[in-house]
Design a protein around this ligand. Structure first.
Ligand code: SF4
Length: 444
């Protein structure tokens, strides 16, 4: 019996898929990437993104047609808005939320899967604490041998007006730090090279369990101690933090341990105070710039990434100009710039989407130009120097070259490197720089 899981969403959805896969493999299914040969097909999607939801509909209509010719069971999970959930219930055999994952074997049995497969409860014999987070006790089937995601927190209490996550994943819940640290230790022992601590708001970690759980800064320090005590090399990242909870002790923790990678992704979304207020971001530009100056002071080699939305409801040209000025000032290494589009379920979906598509495209192009310029200047300063690089795959565009990332997550093409090096750290000398990438060769 074969199962195919399609993941359409962010790293959190990928992490969810790894745990779903583990439960399904535990039932005796073999995984396949080929939907056409699967007896069980699932999709882990993000209904926050309209594109992902459109894909889900296209897929389920196709899969339901296949049911005329052969037995097939379908399921959907992930970040699903209640309105989509109601529609999916009519289309899929099974719709479940991640906190219901431990019950998946019995739910599938009710859908008619062959009973010779193991229906053992995946958490049998384990001490369970909180039914909202028990799914984290499932040992994931990691999809990479050298990179892994470790969820530390689920849900969000911030209620940014453009975002539907608090309605799909619910309120913030922190995972037990003992479980997080045990998972990190296991990954380190296995030789994993890159670990990303995941959450919608990683740096509000522990706030929902004040007094009973450690803070995010303390969690980072304990991960750092794992690095100090180990003879293995690895980098630990976290994403995404919220500026409101980005305290100086978090930056100090990153500065204090070699294994904590010197790369910070700090979403800003807009450089205008009024737009930030209407987005309900709950921080000022002054506060954001103070964090940037703390990062520059304590982590002088760190790269800085951000997320920006252009053309938010009501954004004027003058307000947009403040975002452009911010980008000039901060000189981000990378910015994920998105044109605003209303998300069903989010508060701003009720507001007028009044910036024209042409204007949004033009604003995005202007910010991209600034990004390319500042990133190029940074990358050019790296030419002629050697950096540690984690090689992560074959370069699809150049025969004999590999792709990799620096500690600061800058993509680099490494020439004349053999495939056996994939999944290892190597010293690479940067030989040339482009706007958003680097090229280099191995230091012999
Ligand atoms: S912080 Fe804002 S953007 Fe991020 S998940 Fe929460 S509501 Fe969404």
């Amino acid at each position: 019996m074969k199962c195919c899981i399609v993941t359409l969403g962010c790293q959190m959805n990928q992490s969810d898929s790894e745990r779903i896969r583990s439960v399904i493999e535990g039932m005796g299914y073999a995984m396949t990437k080929n939907e056409e040969e699967a007896d069980l097909i699932g999709v882990v999607a993000c209904s926050v993104r309209q594109k992902a939801i459109d894909k889900v509909y296209a897929k389920i209509h196709r899969w339901n047609r296949w049911k005329n010719d052969r037995p097939l069971i379908t399921f959907v999970s992930g970040c699903i808005l209640p309105a989509d959930e109601r529609k999916f219930l009519k289309l899929f055999d099974l719709v479940f939320r991640m906190n219901e994952l431990p019950e998946l074997p019995s739910m599938l049995q009710q859908c008619g899967i062959a009973t010779e497969y193991s229906l053992r409860h995946p958490l049998e014999g384990m001490e369970r604490q909180d039914e909202r987070t028990d799914f984290w006790l499932v040992d994931p089937a990691y999809s990479s041998a050298f990179e892994a995601y470790v969820p530390i927190q689920n849900g969000c209490d911030k209620f940014c007006t453009y975002c539907a996550v608090p309605y799909t994943r619910g309120r913030e819940v922190s995972r037990a730090s003992a479980d997080i640290l045990a998972e990190v230790q296991r990954l380190v022992d296995r030789g994993v090279k890159s670990i990303t601590l995941l959450g919608q708001n990683v740096n509000s970690y522990g706030l929902d369990k004040k007094g009973k759980e450690i803070s995010f800064a303390e969690l980072l320090c304990r991960v750092g101690e794992i690095g100090n005590a180990s003879d293995k090399d690895f980098w630990v990242y976290f994403t995404s933090p919220h500026p409101r909870d980005m305290t100086r002790d978090v930056i100090e923790a990153v500065a204090g341990y070699d294994c904590l990678a010197k790369q910070i992704h700090l979403p800003i979304q807009s450089g205008d105070e009024e737009v930030l207020r209407r987005m309900n971001r709950n921080h000022s530009m002054e506060a954001y710039l103070k964090i940037v100056s703390d990062i520059r002071e304590l982590l002088p080699t760190a790269t800085l990434f951000t997320d920006i939305i252009v053309g938010f409801s009501g954004e004027t040209e003058a307000q947009f100009a403040h975002t452009a000025a911010l980008m000039e000032k901060v000189e981000f290494n990378m910015a994920y710039i998105a044109k605003y589009s209303p998300r069903a379920g989010a508060r701003s979906a009720k507001w007028e989407d009044d910036v024209s598509p042409q204007e949004k495209s033009e604003r995005l192009a202007r910010l991209s130009e600034i990004l390319k310029r500042t990133s190029l200047a940074h990358n050019q300063a790296m030419v002629g120097k050697a950096f540690r690089v984690l090689l992560d795959g074959k370069d699809r565009r150049m025969e004999g070259a590999l792709t990799g990332r620096t500690e600061g997550k800058l993509p680099i093409r490494v020439l004349d490197a053999s495939e056996e090096l994939i999944g290892t750290f190597q010293e690479v000398e940067v030989t040339s720089a482009a706007e958003l990438s680097l090229t280099g060769r191995l230091v012999k």
